[in-house]
Design a protein around this ligand. Structure first.
Ligand SMILES: [Zn+2]
Length: 316
């Protein structure tokens, strides 16, 4: 029986169950937090994470995949505590989340040396724990696949090749990065079925999405509620069109929700939310998106394919 590493050790693939493929229990800046901890309210963060974990569990979710990495304040102990107190299964990553910047310590290391760092998390454990990373995270955004980004992608590819672990790649469809990212992975000789291009659902350009699917990768329709990138109705139309074309076996539904996100002051957040992300939460899928998709023709089989079957096949 194939297994996948969770914060509480390996679990049988068959025990994954209904899975959210892309959510975060806490996202804060690591350097700011280390230097100025007084800016952060740990109790409030904990309460938010646990309340989200319990809420998705009430909606039948058994596993949350948390693609946090360096620069997203990945914290294996925090995620394990969420799992322990909620009863959810949580699956963690290794990798670096950057749109270009790298610190000297990583700038001055080559692809193979970076891959070795990722392999350590997969084989030995994360942050001094015995919690092992189940997959590798990298990112490309508006600046595109810059030399630094290409280096991280090649390192992720090499770590994947060495360990057999899959990759999730944050993308920026409006700059067409998905195809560029797949080109780098192809050059590294990675099986496209190991790669998930996250945030593909930020565009309704079916031509771009189908070109991406033609490469053989998975796609994340994973930012439901982030209207600032694409309003819900356009996300729905895109998913329904792709379902109609038979792509249920290549897609994931998720929200990229962050139980805590430190990007904005409360005042600015209050101004932004009504237009940028009025419905964004870790349960928006269950409250509105899925019921609406069902009304408009999505079958239970298609939903199970996306939320139960696809996670098993990508993670294995
Ligand atoms: Zn994310």
């Amino acid at each position: 029986m194939a297994t996948v590493e969770s914060v509480n050790g390996p679990i049988d693939l068959e025990e994954l169950g209904r899975t959210l493929i892309h959510e975060h229990f806490r996202v804060t800046d690591e350097a700011t937090r280390f230097q100025f901890p007084h800016m952060y309210d740990e109790q409030a963060e904990w309460d938010a994470a646990l309340s989200d974990a319990n809420a998705v569990k009430d909606h039948g979710i058994t596993t949350v995949v948390e693609p946090s990495a360096m620069f997203l304040q990945r914290d294996a102990r925090f995620s394990k505590r969420v799992a322990d107190e909620s009863g959810l299964q949580v699956i963690l990553a290794t990798g670096v989340y950057t749109y270009d910047h790298l610190p000297q310590v990583l700038l001055n290391r080559n692809e193979d040396q970076l891959a070795e760092i990722f392999v350590h998390d997969i084989e030995n454990g994360i942050q001094g724990t015995d919690i092992k990373a189940a997959f590798i995270k990298c990112a490309a955004d508006e600046p595109g696949v810059t030399p630094n980004i290409e280096k991280i992608h090649r390192a992720a590819g090499r770590a994947s090749k060495q360990t057999g672990r899959p990759i999730i790649a944050h993308s920026h469809p409006k700059s067409g990065t998905g195809l560029e990212q797949m080109r780098v992975f192809e050059e590294e000789g990675i099986d496209p079925a190991k790669i998930q291009i996250a945030h593909t659902g930020d565009t309704d350009d079916l031509d771009y999405i189908e070109r991406l699917l033609d490469t053989g990768c998975w796609i994340g329709m994973d930012r439901y509620g982030l209207d600032i990138f694409l309003p819900t109705e356009q996300r729905q139309k895109t998913v329904l069109a792709l379902l109609e074309k038979g792509h249920a076996n290549r897609m994931f539904l998720s929200q990229d929700w962050c139980s805590t996100l430190d990007y904005f002051t409360p005042e600015i957040e209050e101004q932004l939310v009504p237009t940028a992300a009025p419905n964004w939460s870790m349960t928006f899928l269950f409250e509105q998106v899925i019921p609406e998709l069902k009304e408009r023709g999505m079958t239970d089989e298609q939903l199970d394919q996306m939320m139960v079957e696809n996670p098993k096949h990508w993670l294995v």
